[in-house]
Design a protein around this ligand. Structure first.
Ligand SMILES: [Zn+2]
Length: 457
């Protein structure tokens, strides 16, 4: 019996038993694979002919190969002739991936049904977070040709929402618009929510009074600490809801439920939309599924994409499969909120593995630090060197002596907990980059070619 009050979007899915959900998933998978083989030259070329008569999930896992980003980037100029399902796919929109891996941007053609499915899937998060039809939503990410922004429109349409695109404007202006438009929710990255909180604090604004209609904040794009989640929920006074998504899987696919990103002080669940996708989580570098409670690579298969469905896409994203069942009682498997990261974010420093979120946890344990940036490079003597710059909150009113003590404490914490010596110094306020989406605080000069989208402050 569920112990919380649930807000159902589709009880026919959300009240299924686990076995019923898996049976539905298998039926949809078989139909999707057969259709793709029959109608898409790209798959006829790359799959064994048994795909035409596929009959089960087990057979799917045996015969259908994995896809990588590199596979999708090959011969994209043949997209419309070889990858779009024919007949019956009228392409109405083309989205691109963000290109943050540095490998290139994929092109994804979409039919009207594909666009609508993006919107209807995202509805789950909106309703579970407490939004109702007609509620106003502010969207803070920039909208270009990338799917992250473009997909917000069909969601807003499905929600009959008063929808405000604030992407092109400065943080100060975005804060003005939040106050002007009085949204019921806004959509933002965790690092940028921290920046917005600083603006509210500078102006002496209490969200409960300044944004009385606010019901929820939607976040995605980076990991965060439990402390950060607690502080942010306390400051904004509303539930924070996270999503995880990827273009190749059909977009936003795992969502917080009514309980949000924390449950009893622990990280919450992001429920996978398993009636619309197959979610495999595999041990890194292997094809073996992880056990509940383990971390692994997220591998996605879309069950609803019409124009160019993707199968067994290896995301390179590290997720943790939840061991416990969520108190909402839904049948979907779930991944842990706040810990999604990219495997290629992991750095090897002097033989040690370093995950950026491990440094986040130590640096942001000091609540007077608002932002930081890390740099890894080889010094003239050939040594791997790590420099970290931290920005203190002006509101913390620290003198130079206090700042020096806090910098020294960060150095010591990192040395003790991570066993890596880093040089830490203070940076002037607002001198470090803030990111629009997919926050990257680290620059590894040993690597090349990774460019990210930054916010103007
Ligand atoms: Zn739940």
């Amino acid at each position: 019996m569920a112990s919380i009050s649930r807000r159902m979007v589709n009880p026919q899915i959300e009240e299924l038993s686990r076995l019923e959900l898996l049976a539905l998933q298998e039926r949809r998978l078989v139909a999707q694979v057969r259709r793709a083989y029959e109608r898409i030259p790209f798959y006829r070329k790359n799959w064994p002919k048994e795909a035409a008569t596929l009959s089960s999930m087990a057979e799917f896992l045996e015969i259908i190969p994995f896809q990588s980003k590199q596979d999708l980037l090959v011969e994209q100029e043949k997209m419309m002739s070889e990858r779009v399902a024919q007949p019956g796919s009228q392409v109405v929109s083309v989205h691109m991936t963000s290109g943050t891996t540095g490998l290139g941007q994929e092109v994804h053609p979409l039919t009207r049904l594909d666009v609508e499915a993006m919107g209807s899937t995202w509805m789950y998060q909106a309703h579970w977070a407490g939004l109702q039809l007609g509620d106003a939503i502010c969207y803070t990410f920039a909208v270009g040709m990338q799917t992250g922004g473009l997909s917000s429109f069909p969601m807003a349409e499905r929600m009959a929402s008063r929808f405000h695109q604030m992407g092109p404007y400065s943080t100060e202006k975005k804060a003005d618009y939040l106050l002007l438009y009085q949204p019921h929710a806004f959509i933002i990255s965790p690092a940028y929510l921290t920046r917005m909180q600083a603006i509210f604090e500078e102006r002496g604004l209490q969200p409960r009074q300044a944004l009385p209609q606010l019901k929820a904040i939607f976040i995605a794009g980076e990991s965060y600490t439990v402390d950060w989640a607690e502080r942010s929920i306390a400051f904004w006074g509303v539930n924070i809801s996270e999503w995880y998504g990827l273009m190749q899987g059909g977009l936003n696919l795992c969502f917080s439920c009514e309980t949000g990103i924390l449950q009893n002080g622990q990280r919450g669940h992001l429920h996978a939309m398993e009636h619309r996708m197959i979610c495999e989580i595999l041990r890194p570098g292997t094809n073996e599924p992880v056990e509940p409670g383990e971390e692994g690579e997220f591998v996605a298969t879309s069950l609803f994409r019409e124009a160019f469905p993707i199968f067994r896409f290896r995301t390179g994203d590290r997720v943790k499969r939840m061991a416990s069942v969520c108190s909402c009682g839904r049948p979907m498997m779930s991944i842990e909120a706040g810990t999604v990261a990219r495997y290629d974010d992991m750095m090897k420093i002097r033989g040690q593995n370093l995950w950026p979120d491990a440094v986040d946890k130590l640096v942001f344990a000091d609540v007077t630090i608002e932002e930081y940036a890390g740099l890894v490079f080889i010094d003239p003597q050939g040594r791997e060197t790590v420099q970290v710059q931290v920005e203190f909150r002006p509101g913390a009113c620290l003198n130079e002596g206090h700042k020096a003590q806090r910098v020294a404490a960060v150095v010591q914490e990192i040395q003790q907990k991570l066993n890596i010596r880093m040089e830490v110094s203070e940076a002037p306020y607002l001198s470090l980059p803030r990111f629009e989406f997919k926050t990257r605080r680290w620059t590894d000069q040993r690597r090349q070619g990774r460019a990210f989208i930054k916010y103007t402050t």
